[in-house]
Design a protein around this ligand. Structure first.
Ligand code: DGY
Length: 336
């Protein structure tokens, strides 16, 4: 790290710090214009490492696992733009960044379909016991077809409740057509009829959605209004046969309440890609058969991650090279 950092200081180009290896497409694009330092380790940078590396850096490409807080922003005396390599940006202190005239950007749109696909992977895996079935076979227990083997729950014809009908929620809803499902959605405010019609989704209150859905899928950003949106009272109001799916942010669900709910069989199970205290996962969830647990891989397809890398690079280049507002500026409403 020291040699690369020294090399960077020698360059006259503006500097960009990339906190973790990302697809080459993005790094190549950045390198055409800028002096780029990519963390060579296969681990996240520590806060101290980021603080040390960021002092003479104009651009930062960071990951959702990097907590970019006031302390880091205070150290980033020359920073002009942050490109979060994710659509969600709850890991960044947006207010402080805005007050310091630092643009914050994300990677919307390009990961919609991959994340919607993964949502369906979770829906199907948990209801049809795919992980359990795979494990069963691999551990040598398959004795041939059996009438009562690994029976699960039907998906087709059931009710899917989508909390948050944004881009990803809509893509999830569209896929439900193929399963002949009834789709309900909840948003704090009802969406235009055109969107409802294109998604074949019916608006309802959160309590109605929780009470009537067979699958509840969460697609909201994490902020003050969605923190622990699903806790004990919400879980208690769901059908005992229902499944909860989350590919948004872990802290939208009170994870301890979920553990309790699953233990008490308040709901049938859950499929999670995200956790309240990543990378830590409540131990009790790991021991449960009625959970499918993925390591935050919603957008993890080659093509999607390539596009995310390019978008992150374009946001950095817009600000540092073209001296323009970045295309995916997330806090336009906060004065910069
Ligand atoms: C995002 O972009 O916010 C996703 O969680 C990353 O997979």
């Amino acid at each position: 790290m020291t040699r690369s950092l020294r090399k960077r200081r020698d360059s006259m180009k503006q500097k960009v710090l990339v906190t973790r290896e990302i697809p080459e497409a993005g790094v190549d694009e950045l390198q055409k214009h800028l002096d780029v330092y990519v963390n060579p380790e296969d681990t996240p940078m520590t806060k101290d490492d980021i603080i040390h590396a960021i002092t003479d850096t104009q651009g930062l490409v960071c990951m959702l696992a990097d907590r970019i807080d006031k302390e880091i922003l205070d150290a980033a005396k020359n920073l002009k733009v942050i490109a979060n390599y994710a659509v969600g940006y709850d890991n960044i202190d947006i207010e402080t960044a805005a007050h310091k005239n630092i643009y914050v950007t994300n990677t919307p749109g390009v990961l919609t379909e991959a994340t919607a696909d993964l949502t369906w992977a979770l829906i199907l895996s948990i209801s049809r016991r795919i992980i359990e079935a795979d494990h069963y076979l691999r551990t040598g227990r398959f004795r041939g077809w059996e009438p009562m083997l690994l029976l699960g729950t039907d998906v087709h014809g059931k009710t899917l409740g989508i909390i948050g009908l944004g881009r990803i929620g809509q893509a999830v809803a569209l896929r439900a057509r193929g399963f002949d499902m009834k789709v309900l959605y909840y948003e704090p405010r009802r969406l235009p009829e055109k969107i409802e019609q294109s998604c074949h989704a019916k608006y309802c209150s959160l309590s109605e959605l929780l009470k009537t859905s067979d699958f509840v899928s969460i697609h909201v950003p994490l902020d003050k209004s969605t923190f622990h949106l699903i806790g004990t009272p919400e879980l208690d109001s769901m059908k005992k046969t229902a499944y909860l799916i989350n590919v948004s942010r872990g802290a939208v669900i009170d994870e301890m309440a979920l553990v309790k709910g699953l233990k008490n069989r308040v709901i049938a199970g859950c499929g999670l890609d995200v956790y309240e205290r990543e990378p830590n996962v409540e131990q009790e969830l790991l021991a449960m058969k009625n959970t499918v647990l993925l390591p935050h891989v919603g957008s993890a397809s080659h093509a999607t991650r390539d596009r995310m890398a390019l978008i992150a690079a374009q946001n950095i280049i817009a600000v540092l090279i073209r001296k323009e507002e970045p295309p995916n500026w997330v806090h336009k409403d906060i004065q910069i």
